[in-house]
Ligand binder design. Sequence first.
Ligand code: NAP
Length: 335
Amino acid sequence: MRAFIRHRFGGPEVLEQVDVEVPTPTADQVLVRVHATSVNPYDWHHLRGEPILARLVPGGLGLFRPRLTSAGCDLAGRVEAVGSAVTRFAPGDDVYALLEQGGFAEYACVSQDMLSPMPSNLSHEQAATVPMAAMTALLALRDDGRLQSGQEVIITGATGGVGSFAVQIAVAMGARVTAVCGSRNQALARKLGAARVLDYATTDCTRSGRHDLALDLAGRTTTRAWRRGLNPEGTLVIVGGPPGRWCQPMTHVIASVAAAPLGPERVVGTDIVGCSQKAELLTALTSLIEAGAVIPVIDRTYAFDELPDAIRYQEQGHARGKVAVKIHGEGEGSL
Ligand SMILES: NC(=O)c1ccc[n+]([C@@H]2O[C@H](COP(=O)([O-])OP(=O)(O)OC[C@H]3O[C@@H](n4cnc5c(N)ncnc54)[C@H](OP(=O)(O)O)[C@@H]3O)[C@@H](O)[C@H]2O)c1
């Protein structure tokens, strides 16, 4: 099978396309024929080994070279074979998952606990855009933000990968959403369900009324500034931060949460990687998607060979929704 792997830190050029054996599932694993994947900031952070500060975290990026050679955290595909202890899946099932790495390959072995049946109304290409971005959006709004119906929510980065899901999920949960995005994305934000749209280039989003919840995906605003835009009992959820080689976005998240005791608002950082409820998040998203409340927005779709270009495009930070990569066509034969 074809797979993209890496042996050193660097830009998308360090990804090598190689031919390797199709992996064999262990007893509780499922062999998935990967039809599609998608690109997230997680992928280029891991590829570059940046921020360099994060290399010091045990079990993280790796200190001098990548801890894992495989790459790619999102996957949607079809079950090809199952291990002897697998009870929840059978060959032919359409599935999707958030992996630590391994989605940038034609086949992947995934523990059955990490997999979910794919929403019946999505293509593999659409489904592959869901795991990392939409699970983060749901975790941040529902669990970290404790969002209640009828609340006022402001979301920065509202038309990016996480944001395009977050706006739809918040609306589905009964919130009134103010979306903050660039001028060319105003119409998309309204289509996603935002009641109010602010252009970050011309408007200070912390001086545009008070909100019960601020979901900060762009990470360009301090906790102190956010206090102007929050109700006294409000919540600030930090998801993203400014890009940086050495310390950001880690230092932005740490500084934002450290400032919490200085005011009455709750300030929480979201961490999808460390979250122990991943399977439940994906199941809840499947319900929202099948109910028609959430629809993936795909900016561009690349072919498997073009995967490094897909990462280059995503890394520019202005994709409208998600960047997808097709690996196997629906009609192509399997093993
Ligand atoms: N904590 C976690 O567990 C977790 C999980 C997933 C992602 N993240 C982080 O969340 C952030 C968003 O991820 P994503 O996948 O949505 O990324 P993305 O698709 O690249 O979206 C980035 C968004 O930021 C906006 N933006 C760019 N420059 C801006 C500026 N100067 N001021 C305000 N907004 C600006 C863009 O808006 P325009 O296109 O309109 O310019 C775009 O909507 C990233 O920092 C990512 O690392 C964190």
